[in-house]
Design a protein around this ligand. Sequence first.
Ligand SMILES: *Cc1c(COP(=O)(O)O)cnc(C)c1O
Length: 351
Amino acid sequence: MSKHPETQAVVAGRPEVAPDAGLNPPLVLTSTFHAGGPIGYGRYGNQTWTALEEAISALEGGATLAFSSGMAAISAVFSILPIGAPVVASNQGYSGVMTLLNSFHASGRLEVRFVDIVDTQSVINAMKGAALVWIESPTNPCLDVAELVPLIAAAKKLGIGIAVDNTFATPLVQNPLELGADIVMHSVTKFLSGHSDVLMGSLSTNDPALLKRLQDSRSFNGSIPGPFESWLALRGLRTFPLRFNKSQESAKILVSKLTAHPKITRVRYPGFGAILSFEVDGTAEQTQQVCESSRLIAHATSLGGVESLWERRRRWPMESASVPEQLIRLSVGCEHVDDIWNDINSALASI
Ligand SMILES: *Cc1c(COP(=O)(O)O)cnc(C)c1O
């Protein structure tokens, strides 16, 4: 029987048991290796990356490649598509991906068919002749949820590649490879590493030929992670299920409290996970003031760490105009939920 994810997170990616072997993988700080082995040079591999990759694979399935950031992992996927390849992607999602796809579309690098990801039939209709379907679910920051089962089935039937950004849901909520997806991507920066101290990304796949192409992309574009970052990410991953479950529990409590708050007009929460977005009954400036008035929740971008963070997403000029000016995205951390709620409550009282 395969082990539970809580167990996998603890046991995966460890050195083999032998007298005086370390419990933890060593931090291998080297740019090159003595000749004769399968790695050879530090851009092609590193034992510390491998340990992290094994641990992510134990949770997501398949084989995993670690990258220098989530965006580096995403860029590797797009880099193996031919010039002008048709790609189906959501019309809203993580701003970095939207910026990249818009620029690829404008330059002709890719032909991006932007779709409403919750409208399953329209996504399927857009698939004909496409090279790849790129799905982020739930989306950042509007928390729309795509129907992965029929979308993956439709892509498979048409012989189209399908990749899922699983950063928000994490393998504790959904396993896209098990559903038949070709690639699962993570911003390891977020929940998997969980301490707001590294930027990293990953791609996992069951297809050895695809793995090789993605690995070549990493090797020759040089989008490799640092060994120290990999070591930190693996250390963080040991407690990922504990942190995620705790934050999710708190997020559910906060959702019900926010929904009842008179200064909140809308709360978005997919029913799982530790990220929620809500809209303030006020102006963009007042919403900004709420974010700046917190004393516990850090006013900062990013998510998935032990520290609660929030921000008004539209403070970023590159954020999509479809995201409301009054929307605050909150990443619920591991502090006591009463302390988080008291902080939200007093910040809302400032307007
Ligand atoms: C943060 C994020 C990314 C980008 O990852 P980086 O590690 O910041 O490069 C991609 N997708 C989602 C959903 C994210 O939240």
